[in-house]
Write a protein that binds this ligand. Sequence first.
Ligand code: NAP
Length: 268
Amino acid sequence: MTELPPLGIGTWQNTDPEACASAVATALDLGYRHVDTAEIYGNEEHVGDGLARSAVDREDVFLATKVHSDSTGLTYDDVIETARGSLDRLGVDYLDLLYVHWPTGDYAPGETLPAYDDLVDEGVTRNVGVSNFEPRQVEAAMDVLDEPLFANQVEMHPLLQQEELVAHAQEHDYYLVAYSPLARGDVFDVPEVSEVAEKHGVSEAQVSLAWLTQKDNVVAIPKATSREHIEDNWASLDLELDDEDVATIDDIEREDRHLDHDKGPWNQ
Ligand code: NAP
């Protein structure tokens, strides 16, 4: 299986052309090798500009995008057309990973997923992923796909620990990609996270990211726009949490979900 870099740069809501291209290029030049976007974010061109602007070669970057039922649709033809469009918008000749963005709307495993298999055969994407899937939905997708399922991208952070999905990903050996890994900024207001951060003299962001990326099969994709935030998050890879730190975070018993398809906002 291709190795997925432990930390990626998220780009949702980074729609300003210059800010988005600059964040992607800054991240790549600092060492990030995983970039996350989606057709529905409306910023694939800007992400592509950032890739082109950076000194890093395309082959050294893991580039992921997504197809959403609410934007382009998830019928067989929609997926094929959208993925080919993503190549144009990003200015690349292949994707490393193409996700089903949400299992909603016109998503139907038998109709949608064969398009993903065919896009691998065509060389449009190297891997197939899903996002916002429960374990039973992951298993249904695995039953239909010819390709191995590479990743499931879900909301995950110290306030939403996703134990069941982590165990499922480890058992079936796919990646769990943690989105909103800073709980959209809420991790800065959690006493347990601050306690561990103070002990190590680092930011709460670093603690949250290290707690995620120290788990087998889990990687994180914090969104950051400023160089300061992009650097701070990258430094989490040098932070080693000990068993006591991990237990302190594990013991937080909250289920704070920021995104819920039924409650919105969900077009992420
Ligand atoms: P997030 O990464 O948890 O939080 C982003 C927020 O934290 C931004 O306001 C950012 O500010 C700030 N931030 C970043 N690093 C920081 C630091 N070191 N110190 C202080 N503040 C910091 O939330 P997210 O954007 O929801 O999730 C990350 C990515 O996951 C998205 O961008 C997207 O790529 C993906 N995602 C996927 C789905 C899905 O359905 N598959 C849903 C949501 C998100 P600045 O931007 O000002 O730096």
